[in-house]
Design a protein around this ligand. Structure first.
Ligand code: SF4
Ligand code: ZN
Length: 323
């Protein structure tokens, strides 16, 4: 097949718009989408300092490359932040990939580990908390602590905004999952743009939210970008996997479904955000000082639970760092 733009050999067919793309025009199309998203929501302003959260996985690494490219024409500062959760045989490898990519692009790179800032690794947490029926899933600790530590890092490094690698598929999956759980309030908090809701909470931006996952993988492959494609050993989110499969099936049958769902979310977002805005009144956590709706933030609550369980079981471990 031939590129719909220039007639050269095509490497990709975008079913949702019925167009073929050669390597060059595919790159252009992905980059244009990211630029348009950034512009539409004014995600980055000239001269701002942007922290990009890079795990080493495809989305975050491609995001870092795209931001580095954009920075050449539109001046802003860029630093990379990697959270090392302490997952043996998985995160150690992806941290190295993140590091190599940052080096290649000449971007200042900072690694923040659960070990240093929470006091223990995710592996240690799972070991202390015991079998699955006695604790929440590993992803719950991981997600809460990662968000907490990213915010900590962003504040420490003085970044204005934190760019995260969520793509179109992630965004639409999240939309449907929250609808199906009846958690509409949450939809009003994560949306397409992020207003400053608390001075201690660094705003997050999602420049890849209009790029399908498939296109991110292909962008990495075509441009020889080193990414980690392995899966975390704790990843067992069955519900999300079902939604993902169903969405892919719908997209196959009705090309453009994912974009239509995203548009629906974007239209609903201002209404939902307005309705639930009152619920956002945030305080400072009594233990760590980070913003929280209650008295003690979820990250500190989890940490206290693990310390308590370790004490009961007589497991000795050294807590470094204080959240
Ligand atoms: Fe953390 Fe779960 Fe993601 Fe693994 S799959 S990195 S445990 S959130
Ligand atoms: Zn706290």
């Amino acid at each position: 097949m031939r590129c719909s733009k220039c007639g050269r050999e095509a490497v990709y067919f975008a079913r949702y718009e019925g167009r073929y793309y050669c390597h060059r025009h595919f790159n252009e199309m992905v980059e244009r989408k990211v630029k348009a998203t950034i512009r539409k929501y004014q995600m980055i302003r000239r001269g701002e300092k942007i922290g990009v959260a890079v795990s080493g996985g495809k989305d975050s690494v491609v995001l870092m490359h795209l931001l580095a490219k954009l920075r050449r024409k539109f001046p802003f500062e860029l630093v990379a932040i990697t959270i090392d959760e302490g997952i043996r045989g998985y995160r150690d490898r992806s941290v190295e990939i993140a590091k190599r990519n940052a080096e290649l692009l000449g971007i200042e790179h900072h690694i923040y580990s659960f070990r240093d800032y929470i006091g223990l690794t995710l592996d240690e947490t799972v070991e202390i908390m015991g079998p699955r029926e006695e604790r929440v899933g590993a992803c719950s600790y991981c997600g809460v602590w990662r968000r907490w530590l990213l915010n900590c890092a962003a504040r420490e490094l003085g970044v204005d905004k934190l760019a995260v690698g969520l793509n179109l598929d992630d965004e639409v999956q999240m939309f449907l999952m929250n609808l199906m759980r009846g958690d509409v309030a949450r939809l009003g908090r994560t949306g397409p743009y992020y207003e400053e809701i608390h001075e201690g909470l660094v705003p997050r931006i999602k420049p890849l939210r209009e790029v399908p996952e498939k296109e991110i993988v292909l962008y990495a492959v075509l441009n020889d970008i080193e990414v980690d494609l392995s899966e975390c050993p704790y990843a067992v989110e069955a519900f999300r996997a079902e939604i993902r499969d169903w969405l892919n099936e719908m997209e196959e049958k009705h090309p453009g479904t994912k974009y239509q769902l995203l548009r629906s979310y974007d239209r609903l977002f201002p209404l939902i955000a307005k309705t639930y805005a009152r619920e956002i009144g945030l305080n400072r956590c009594k233990l760590c000082g980070q913003p929280t709706a209650g008295k003690i933030c979820k990250a500190c609550q989890f940490r206290l639970q693990v310390v308590e369980r370790a004490r009961k079981k007589g497991i000795a471990f050294t807590l470094q760092g204080e959240p």
